[in-house]
Design a protein around this ligand. Structure first.
Ligand SMILES: Cc1ncc(COP(=O)(O)O)c(C=O)c1O
Length: 418
């Protein structure tokens, strides 16, 4: 490492240790994490100029890759005009991005609210459902992940993230994911059922075909609203525009974030059917607001990102490359059955479930050594996610699979059967 690179590493590590997160600093140092310095497309460069294929993908943020030039140009142009909204006048970019999202979203999903993160989008959707239905109960699924604000956390599944914060929202129930049996009973007095089309952080769990259709039907029968949390699955990630498209269903409310602004500006949103939105806020325009939400720069980024997604055929690329990645991961699973229990996924959201959590501590650092990033899923540490940008090429997938193989081989060599 050059002196300058070493200084940058030492400075960043010391700042993390003292001012950011001391235990995280230690873990990252032990696992050999470098410092990220710049990024473009599927690649991040560290302090030494070493390149890494980004298969952790910011947990699904970089659908267009890092710093897509069209999005960066749109943001730069907007910065010259104005960056954040003054709030008292009409915001042309907010109008345009909301219209474009309604054009892309399924069915009659039409009215959007723009916020700054996935959790905020979920909070907004749940609040909307409570007001629209005049019911309080919210139903979520086991192992779900909806964010770490108190409301979103209440609906999430993993106890580790929740137990220290109780009491959380009351009137929340959880049901098994992927199984619609008995849904009517639990939804009968509920405002909403919040569900991911594929559980990302829960360990990349793909439900049986027809599950979302059954959810739609149960919601129709009971009057509970169907909130599809597409923060991770939406906008092409699963090889289709939205995860709900797999069953051809239209939810009452859809949440989005992650890839929405093309990985350049933080943004989240929910989009609702007009009937639902009007039932809640038809006479209350400022019940749910956000100072930063809907800022001109975020809207400009999101608008440009949606254009690139469509114009560059990235949804189709995600489907084709996703099949390649999953087939490759499955082949490695057959080659290393002692380490891999199952590889599964949809589009470019792929999870490799290990036979034991312990292997991950060798696999991920080994992949990093081979120039590929990967990450655990937040609610299921046995599952390593592979979530590259949708612009990924066949050759990059092959390189990532080679790094994964090196990781699997090393883990088994070091730890043996667990
Ligand atoms: C499905 C889903 N919903 C909500 C969130 C929360 O998003 P954020 O971390 O931006 O608050 C996530 C984040 O991983 C997610 O995967």
């Amino acid at each position: 490492m050059s002196d300058a690179a070493q200084r940058l590493y030492d400075e960043t590590y010391e700042n993390y240790r003292q001012f950011v997160n001391p235990p995280l600093a230690r873990v990252m140092k032990l696992s050999g994490s470098p410092v990220e310095v710049r990024a473009r497309g599927c690649t991040i460069w560290d302090q030494n100029g070493k390149a890494y294929l980004d298969f952790a993908g910011g947990y699904g943020v970089f659908t267009l890759g890092h710093s897509h030039p069209a999005v960066v140009a749109a943001v730069k142009a907007q910065l010259e005009l104005m960056s954040l909204s003054g709030k008292t006048m009409f915001n042309v970019m907010l109008g345009r991005v909301s219209r474009r999202l309604a054009e892309l979203a399924p069915g009659d999903l039409q009215i959007s609210f723009f916020a700054n993160s996935g959790a905020e989008a979920v909070e907004g959707a749940v609040k909307l459902a409570r007001v629209a239905t005049k019911r309080a109960k919210i139903v979520g699924t086991h192992d779900a992940y909806h964010g770490k604000t108190l409301g979103a956390l209440s609906i999430s599944g993993r106890e580790y993230f929740k137990s220290e914060y109780r009491p959380l929202l009351s009137d929340v129930a959880h049901v098994p994911y992927g199984d619609a049996t008995g849904l009517d009973e639990v939804l009968r007095d509920a405002a909403a059922f919040v569900v991911e089309p594929v559980q990302g952080e829960g360990g990349v769990n793909v439900p049986p075909l027809g599950y979302l259709r059954a959810v739609r039907d149960a919601c129709d029968r009971t009057g509970a609203l169907f909130i599809a949390d597409e923060v991770q699955t939406g906008l092409g990630r699963c090889g289709m525009l939205f995860g709900c498209d797999r069953d051809g269903v239209v939810p009452d409310v859809m949440t989005l974030a992650k890839g929405l602004s093309g990985g350049v500006i933080p943004v989240g949103a929910f989009i609702a059917r007009p009937s639902v939105w009007h039932a809640a806020y038809g006479k209350h325009p400022v019940m749910h607001t956000s100072t930063f939400g809907g800022s001109e720069i975020a809207c400009a980024a999101a608008l440009a990102a949606m254009e690139v997604l469509v114009a560059d055929g990235l949804v189709e690329n995600a489907r084709v490359r996703g099949e390649q990645l999953l087939a490759g991961a499955r082949a490695l699973g057959e080659k290393y059955p002692g380490v891999v229990r199952e590889a599964r996924g949809l589009g470019l959201l792929v999870g490799v479930e290990l036979t034991s959590e312990g292997y991950g501590g060798w696999i991920i650092p080994e992949m990093v050594k081979h120039g590929v990033t990967a990450a655990w899923t937040l609610n299921m540490q046995r599952v390593i996610r592979l979530e590259p940008p949708l612009v990924v090429t066949a050759e990059e997938i092959d390189r990532a699979l080679a790094a994964l193989e090196a990781g699997l081989a090393t883990a088994y060599e070091k730890l043996g059967p667990l």
